[in-house]
Design a protein around this ligand. Structure first.
Ligand code: DGJ
Length: 745
């Protein structure tokens, strides 16, 4: 059992292979956090906590005379407002009598094998072999409010999950103003924060910064986890790099408005509170009712950022994604969006499919524009019936002909949205989120359906289920193209309007749960204008998510780099698109575009008719290469070899679990004359083993710089590859690239 209760010291210790997490039930029954870090024996760490009487740090009533314990400086397992801890609170609650705050005291705990489930929310799965659960109940005697803290301990994975259930055990109505998933206090350490900010088509830009005293937060109030701040934060020590240093990740399993607060307190301690954003949020609990706060995934390592990322990658693949496609080779696809936008008909699509099939593509995705009167992005969302002018002969006729070419067929939808100019909106204007008496703020000239409504969800379930039952559709791209504003639900009373945003998310999850259960063979891809909802919550249902609307391979380098800190390559939708690129106007060689997209789910998003014969042959070769290395690329251990902005290149590597195979990919981001070429040092190999370079793909090689590497012949020791490295020739032109494949001999 990975959870140990010590009745003498009153500690509860969570042990994973390499980490230890410990809490203590203090003599006043306040649940105090003691330790989270590198694995140590389960003995109490209470002696690490100072017994201090500091001015203006208040004491619990029982300590009027002996004032050496204050909630304001002690680490807490779950912080609450108005009871002597002035740092950021996880719980802000007030009851109908106006009693604000909660004096939470320990009321009991239970340790059970297996993994808890969360009502209506996605969370990590796991059985008795992979996980144990700790549940600790805290209670406020005055109001009767109870908080059940949940911990899932994944021993082998070095991951601890957190969640909270808040139950009104009193007699008066309670309103929650904030109900975060977790508090984590770290009284020691000199931490920096890494987070992933961005914007549409430029998501997950990694930023690393010192912490300042006071509060710093990242989050979203857009109703989606957002392009702007991904729900993932890393704290790391100042010296931490890819291969060394302590680092700790907090990843909410949530796709709506979220917030992670990081506060440095008066003694230099760091508090992290993470969960649903308190902005525009409140939740009413009648006596007996329970609110469930989403899960967060915690991981700690002393072996650097690379090891932390690999821990999240493995965990997401093993315990978050539930789709059977998680472990299956996924088809190489072609998507018609950047090839045609709204301007297509069956003939054009079939021509794309025919040429794509000839190049080895396996799936055609019909993107936006196939339904209702959808000739541009101003209309028809909600009218999910085929546009017979574009698809003459109907959907089945098209699918049959696509299938006859040897391709599977997939389709785009944006179920959560409605256009004002649509039959659906004309029939049900009240289904959209709008504030009575106010003209709504528009985004892409469309409105958001109130997914908190049962009737909306049934309509969508029936519509999508009919589409999938009646037609041979094997892939669905589920898009969502605006931020949420005017959050007001016509079915909620005034005092519950603060619930509308989270009820929306619960509705989306319920619909996705039903649909993915009913159609488990469909490959579901998530999308929100690219990466606007790329998070662990969505990954429960979607084994892959379109990473960004920016398909420029050069920009993708930083977007993919930032995304790899938390998410595995197999979840990142990535396509080779046409050049000049539609987002940036940049031209990047076709070979380089493929190298970048291969470290994603890999597909094409261009009109093959516009490729030359030589380029078509190149694509054929890229697809063969990708399929040959599929398992290594998608499921291998991922190593970042460079940092954006440094070294004028970006390089990364995938290594098979048994270290018998490695693939290095590199793109030169800024070519300069007269260099030594790039010396690449690999990671993650067996230093004692010998590896043969058995494939070398170079884009941009010229006679000026002779390549001394001899694929098929060169054999290196693992130690030499990692510590001395290999030298690539100087590569020329704009954005040249290389791929090197090594096999243990
Ligand atoms: C946004 C997506 O990210 C694109 O790939 C495309 O599907 C468009 N929406 C279609 O409207």
């Amino acid at each position: 059992m990975s959870i140990i209760y010590d009745p003498k010291d009153k500690t509860i210790t969570l042990q994973t292979l390499n980490t230890t997490y410990q809490m203590e039930i203090t003599p006043l029954n306040i649940l105090r956090h003691l330790y989270y870090g590198r694995r140590i024996p389960a003995a109490s760490q209470a002696a690490l906590m100072p017994a201090l009487d500091i001015g203006y740090t208040p004491n619990p009533y029982e300590l009027r005379v002996e004032r050496d314990f204050s909630r304001d400086i002690q680490p807490s397992e779950y912080s609450a407002a108005n009871t002597g801890d002035f740092r950021v609170a996880a719980l802000d609650a007030r009851d109908a009598r106006g009693r604000y705050g909660d004096d939470l005291r320990y009321a009991g705990h239970a340790i059970t094998p297996g993994k808890y489930a969360l009502e209506g929310l996605p969370c990590a799965g796991g059985d008795e072999d992979s996980c144990d659960t700790l549940s600790v109940t805290l209670r406020d005697a005055a109001t009767g409010l109870e908080v059940e803290l949940l911990y899932g301990v994944y021993e082998a994975e070095d991951v601890i999950t957190r969640a909270a259930r808040i139950r009104n055990g009193g007699e008066a109505r309670v309103t929650l103003e904030r109900a975060a998933s977790m508090t984590l206090d770290m009284p020691y350490g000199d931490w920096q924060m890494i987070h992933f900010h961005g914007r549409h088509a430029m998501e997950r830009q990694m930023e690393r910064a010192d912490l300042i005293h006071g509060l710093q937060s990242i989050g979203s109030s857009r109703g989606a986890s957002s392009h702007h701040h991904n729900p993932f934060v890393i704290l790391c020590d100042r010296e931490a790099g890819e291969e060394c240093g302590e680092c700790l990740g907090v990843m909410p399993v949530y796709s709506g408005s979220h917030r992670t607060d990081v506060e440095v307190d008066q003694l230099g301690g760091v508090r992290v509170v993470s969960g649903i954003s308190p902005e525009l949020f409140s939740w009413t609990l009648e006596p007996g009712e329970t609110f469930t706060a989403p899960e967060a995934l915690l991981a700690f390592t002393h072996e650097g950022l690379g090891a932390l990322s690999r821990r999240y990658h493995r965990f997401i693949r093993r315990h978050i994604i539930k789709s059977a496609w998680n472990r299956r080779p996924r088809p190489v696809l072609i998507n018609n969006w950047e090839a045609t936008y709204f301007d297509f008909d069956s003939d054009k699509l079939l021509e794309i499919a025919r040429r794509a099939a000839d190049m080895g593509v396996e799936l055609l995705v019909l993107d936006d524009g196939w339904f209702g009167q959808r000739c541009d992005d101003n209309r028809a969302l909600g009218d999910w019936t085929v546009n017979a002018d574009k698809l003459r002969g109907g959907l089945d006729r098209l699918i049959e002909r696509v299938n006859a070419l040897g391709l599977r067929f997939g389709i785009w939808m944006e179920p959560e949205m409605v256009s004002e100019d649509s039959d659906l909106y004309r029939a049900h204007p009240d289904w959209a989120l709008t504030v009575p008496g106010r003209r709504p703020t528009m985004g892409r000239n469309q409105l958001v359906l109130d997914m908190g409504r049962e009737d909306v969800r049934s309509y969508l379930y029936d519509t999508i289920a009919a589409l999938l039952s009646n037609h041979h559709i094997e892939y669905v791209k589920w898009d969502m193209n605006r931020s949420m504003t005017d959050i007001y639900s016509r079915i909620l009373p005034p005092e519950r309007q603060g619930e509308a945003g989270h009820r929306y998310m619960l509705g989306v999850y319920e619909l996705l749960e039903r649909l993915t259960d009913a159609f488990p063979e469909v490959l579901w891809e998530g999308c929100a204008g690219g990466g606007g909802r790329f998070d662990a919550g969505m990954l429960r249902y979607f084994p892959q998510i379109w990473l960004s609307d920016d398909t420029d391979a050069l920009e993708r380098l930083t977007i993919q780099h930032g995304s790899t800190y938390g998410y595995p390559v197999s979840t990142m939708g990535a396509h080779v698109s046409a050049c000049p690129n539609h987002q940036t106007g940049r031209t990047v060689p076709l070979g380089t575009r493929a190298v970048v997209a291969m470290s994603g789910t890999f597909g094409y998003e261009l009109d093959p008719a516009r490729l030359t014969d030589a380029e078509r042959a190149q694509v054929r070769d890229q697809i063969a290469r990708f399929k040959g290395w599929y398992d290594l690329l998608q499921n291998g251990d991922y190593y970042r070899l460079t940092v954006p902005g440094a070294d004028r290149c970006m390089a990364w590597e995938q290594v098979s679990a048994d270290r018998s195979e490695a693939l290095v990919s590199l793109v030169i981001t800024h070519t300069v004359p007269n260099t030594r070429g790039v010396r690449l040092r690999l990671r993650g190999l067996d230093p004692e083993a010998r590896y043969r370079l058995d494939a070398l793909a170079l884009e941009g090689c010229t006679a000026h710089s002779r390549c001394q590497l001899r694929p098929g012949q060169d054999i290196f020791s693992g130690a030499a590859l990692m510590y001395a490295g290999v030298l690539l020739p100087q590569l020329y032109g704009d954005y040249p690239s290389a791929q090197l494949h090594f096999t243990r001999v």
